[in-house]
Design a protein around this ligand. Structure first.
Ligand code: SF4
Length: 342
């Protein structure tokens, strides 16, 4: 294992890139390493690109990774995620749809038995891409920063709101893809959260798909310098949202505070390295394909497995089918689904 635990983000260097031996080896070594398991991790976020059409002031995704791992290496990373015993992969970025091979990677992940999620800006969603993804994609995650174009455009580019609404319209045609709307809460949209929640509830009444709404407290972590004072909402402001939003009968709403979001994610960055964010730091553990001791990496980063597993529970559609089979209420409200991660 090439361990490269840093106390903060460091721009990727050649030494953190995957070794030539791995790059040219057609026999996937991750298959040979299948005895290694990663305990207490059910979801891994694969940031297949740092490229994005947006420039959100609160973005905590990867930056400055100009050459992401190619399709072949991406597939090997996905195969290793599966071989480690992880249940679900989230394709994210940047915007994963910036990569033309994104649908192929989703398909590959599904075909080897992973649950699949795609976290995209919505800007590049087309009906053709949804058609291509539909047989292989379990969930699509779309951001909405406001309930109107004007409010959304305070932190997204003008036109983004319409792009997401268009994507949501098309998604009605693909009811097997669960839909998750995400809102990072900042000072720009704090008072608008109840209206966004209502918009999500209204949408959920118009589609047979399961609909989830994740409300995040924007987290002061970024790979660029940010003016957090003008962005971040405090814990009291965030916790008061639950009452303001109230109950929505058809949508499961998850509120993710700073406390919840910290030490929650295991990520593979666009250069193929594993990163676990902690506080304002990005702890980098070197090439994901070369890590042999995951326990050590998780302990070093103080990754909170219990919290991670809690927020991954109830994700699978199978669990929903089981509940429905038992004849309990079919309303989404009564299903104890968290669906928080990814
Ligand atoms: S859409 Fe996501 S990845 Fe893109 S800039 Fe915004 S937060 Fe970052």
């Amino acid at each position: 294992m090439t361990e490269n635990v840093s106390s903060g983000y460091q721009a990727p260097t050649k030494s953190s890139a995957l070794s030539e031996e791995f790059r040219h080896n057609s026999l996937a070594p991750e298959i040979l390493m299948n005895a290694i398991q990663i305990k207490g991790v059910s979801t891994i976020d694969f940031h297949i690109t740092a490229k994005c059409s947006q420039a959100c002031p609160y973005c905590w995704g990867p930056r400055r990774f100009r050459t992401p791992v190619d399709t072949h290496l991406s597939q090997r990373i996905i195969a290793r995620i599966k071989s480690l015993g992880v249940r679900r992969i989230v394709f994210t970025g940047g915007d994963p749809l910036q990569r033309p091979d994104a649908p192929d990677l989703v398909r590959y992940a599904k075909e080897i038995g992973l649950e699949t999620a795609l976290s995209t800006t919505g800007d590049l969603v087309t009906i053709e891409i949804l058609q291509e993804l539909a047989p292989y994609l379990d969930l699509i995650s779309l951001p909405l920063d406001g309930s109107t174009e004007e409010i959304n455009a305070r932190t997204k580019h003008p036109g983004h709101f319409s792009a997401v609404r268009r994507a949501l319209d098309w998604l009605r045609l693909f009811p097997n893809i669960d839909v998750k709307i995400c809102t990072p809460v900042t000072q720009h949209n704090l008072s608008d959260i109840p209206a966004i929640a209502q918009l999500v509830e209204d949408y959920s009444q118009t589609t047979p798909a399961r609909v989830f709404y994740n409300v995040f407290q924007a987290f002061p972590r970024a790979m660029f310098s940010a003016n957090w004072d003008n962005l971040i909402v405090d814990d009291d402001e965030f916790s008061s949202l639950k009452n303001q939003v109230g109950d929505k009968p058809n949508v499961k709403i998850n509120f993710l505070s700073h406390d919840t979001l910290d030490k929650l994610y295991v990520m593979v960055f666009p250069d193929g390295s594993m990163t676990i964010p902690r506080g304002s730091e990005y702890l980098n553990f070197g090439p994901f394909l070369e890590i042999k001791d995951f326990d050590k990496a998780l302990n070093t980063s103080q990754f909170d497995s219990n919290k991670h597993m809690h927020h991954s529970r109830g994700w699978s559609k199978e669990s929903m089918r089981q509940i429905l089979k038992l004849g309990q209420s079919a309303t989404r409200k009564n299903l104890n689904l968290e669906y928080s991660i990814g």
